[in-house]
Write a protein that binds this ligand. Structure first.
Ligand code: SF4
Ligand code: MG
Length: 336
């Protein structure tokens, strides 16, 4: 299938007084047209930095792309000027964030804010844009859109505001929507409604979604493919079916065991992965996960594993799957 976005060997980070801190390293993922890829991992794993790098917003946060390419519709975003990026952002790629209130302007009506986006990106006049704003509100499932269009953000619930933010994002008819924890600030019922909305909009509009979440439950609902990030690198990647049927990296296994109601967690006491994610300027030697890994061996503490194929089209960075790491020995051991 046709790839819309192809990130290859992306390393991005920040220049600090202590030197360069790499927040995401040698990251490769691609998204096909109309599909959803989830980047999952605990906070601090480099998921958001990755999305900021794709949008080149990292440049405004004291960061930079240090290596690699971000091919979007055949063009490398890593090489674009900010002037060119301004035309791509909000036009072909739109982004939504965790807190809808921070994306909305409290002093303008929601109708004005959607209309402004339509005028800017679709080159429509004011009158037509206002009518389209009502249609957009209907599209994102806001009841009585003719009335809502005249209201201010504070007059709407958090869930309704996130729908408005989605309407603004879609006003430019993007090919790619990047959603960074879009439901994390919402309560569970509203969360499910927003995920439903994103899925049905995707079906209707054919856009691709890069969804960033710490929540394996959200990934289970949404993802076609999943990339699990830990301490700045992808540790496992594969189709959502594969990842849930055969979680292969010990970190993914831990994430899945710690989600209530998912396979592996059912009926047992909820699992927590021991320890904390390391700071990016104090990464452990060898495998970055080794201080927290229940299976760690000597080689894990000494040498970083490379990407290994677990099955066709399913990859993990873990010594367990390599000859050099003594895969055979691991197989014969019972897991702790
Ligand atoms: Fe655990 Fe070793 Fe695999 Fe790292 S390489 S995840 S420490 S078993
Ligand atoms: Mg984040």
């Amino acid at each position: 299938a046709e790839k819309l976005l192809e990130i290859e060997n992306l390393t991005a980070g920040f220049l600090t007084v202590g030197g360069t801190v790499k927040a995401t390293e040698h990251l490769s993922i691609s998204i096909e047209k109309g599909k959803t890829v989830c980047l999952v991992g605990e906070s601090g794993s480099g998921k958001s930095v990755t999305s900021l790098a794709v949008m080149r917003l990292i440049d405004y946060n004291g960061g930079a792309i240090l290596e690699g390419s971000i091919k979007f519709q055949g063009e490398d975003l890593a090489k674009k000027s900010q002037d060119e990026m301004i035309r791509i952002r909000g036009n072909k790629i739109a982004m939504i964030f965790q807190d809808p209130m921070s994306s909305l302007n409290p002093v303008y009506t929601i109708g004005d804010q959607i209309a402004e986006s339509i005028m800017l990106h679709r080159k429509k006049g004011k009158k037509e844009a206002r009518q389209m704003a009502v249609d957009m509100l209907r599209l994102v499932g806001i009841p009585a859109p003719e009335i809502r269009v005249k209201q201010y953000p504070h007059e709407l619930s958090g869930g309704m505001c996130q729908r408005v933010v989605i309407a603004i994002a879609l006003a430019c008819d993007p090919s790619l929507l990047i959603a960074d924890e879009p439901t994390t600030a919402l309560d569970v019922t509203v969360q499910a409604q927003i995920l439903d909305l994103l899925r049905s909009l995707q079906k209707e509009l054919g856009m691709s979604i890069l969804l960033i979440t710490h929540d394996m439950g959200v990934a289970a609902e949404m993802a076609d493919r999943i990339a699990v990030m830990y301490a700045g690198i992808i540790v496992e990647e594969g189709s959502a079916n594969e990842i849930f049927a055969r979680p292969s990296h010990p970190y993914t296994e831990g994430l899945l065991k710690s989600v209530p109601g998912l396979e592996g967690a059912r009926g047992e006491e909820l699992y927590t992965i021991r320890g904390n994610i390391p700071g990016l300027s104090q990464l452990p030697e060898g495998c970055r996960f080794h201080p927290r890994c229940p299976y760690a061996k000597d080689i894990c503490r000494e040498k970083a594993p490379t990407v290994m194929a677990v099955t066709e089209d399913h990859y993990a960075s873990c010594w367990m799957y390599s000859e050099e790491g003594g895969a055979a020995a691991w197989k014969n051991e019972s897991k702790p």
